[in-house]
Design a protein. Sequence first.
Length: 358
Amino acid sequence: MAFPLFTVVNLSLGGLESPLIPLMLPASLATAILFTPARARRWAGYLLALVGVQAAVTLTGAVEDLVPALFGGGPRAGHNNALLLTMLAVTVFLVMWTNFIGIHLRRTYRGMVRTALDARDEALSAHEERVRSLTTLSGEIAHELKNPLASVKGLAAMIAREVEGRPAERLAVLRREVDRMQEILEGFLNFSRPLLPLNEAHVPLDGLCRQVAELHEGMAGERGVALRVTEGPPVEAWCDARKVRQVLIDVVQNALDAAPRGTTVELQAWTAPEGGVRVEVRDLGPGLAAEVRERVFEPGITTKPHGSGLGLALSRALMRQHGGELSLRAREGGGCVAELSLPAAPQPVEAQRKEAVP
């Protein structure tokens, strides 16, 4: 559509003598830069054909009434044929030259972009390799430290049976600190291990919530916090029960750490209307600032005085391995809500057939 319109406008302004003829050069350059070389050459051919039409019309005077008086009147503006033929040759040469330059610029730019992308990929690959090496090294160090700590803990327990009073209290502090160090090392080991393949099955998610709540009744009682599972319709997820239980344990422990004495930590599972299933763990603690809420999923970032900063990072990785997600948000009235999303359990083939039958 553009070429016929341009041809008509050019003819009305004098054909080859039209002031719009020079616009063919930036058009040729732009098409060569923006389009593939084959398409750019095709457009250059269209432009050259257009120049040829303009030249034929101008030299033969085929449409003399189209040239307005503003440009000299009559079929020609006074230029002789030799000058017009020279203009034609120069225009053809410049169209071809700008097309060649545009294609060359496009190839040069693409080469620069490709080189930059290759350099980026190489840098990312080197960074990933360093991260893998550091992760492996930290895992090896954590593994090597577990045995000496176990020996220290065992010796402290043996000595504690033989002493009383102040020394026994100090040994109890030592054993608690050894336990904390073992927990941190276990977190490093879990984080450094590659994620094992999922062992997925139909898992009653509400039942899993009740199991985790029962597991933490003692901890909740010591801290003066109630732990409640909100009852509702049965909820089934398609997941690895062991890994989801691990995530729930970490999230519930975080909620119990944050919940003030006399408050309640709630667990609730339900089927989401948009698909999939959800589990929420709600507490009434101080909550997290918006700028910290996402950062706590980064390894090493923690809001606990003695935390390792690996629990939430590993938990999110486990949820994403399922095709789900773990997120945190502020709770209305104060506190925090940890939400786990998981795929719903697929229906058996027989049930699908029954639904398909009208």
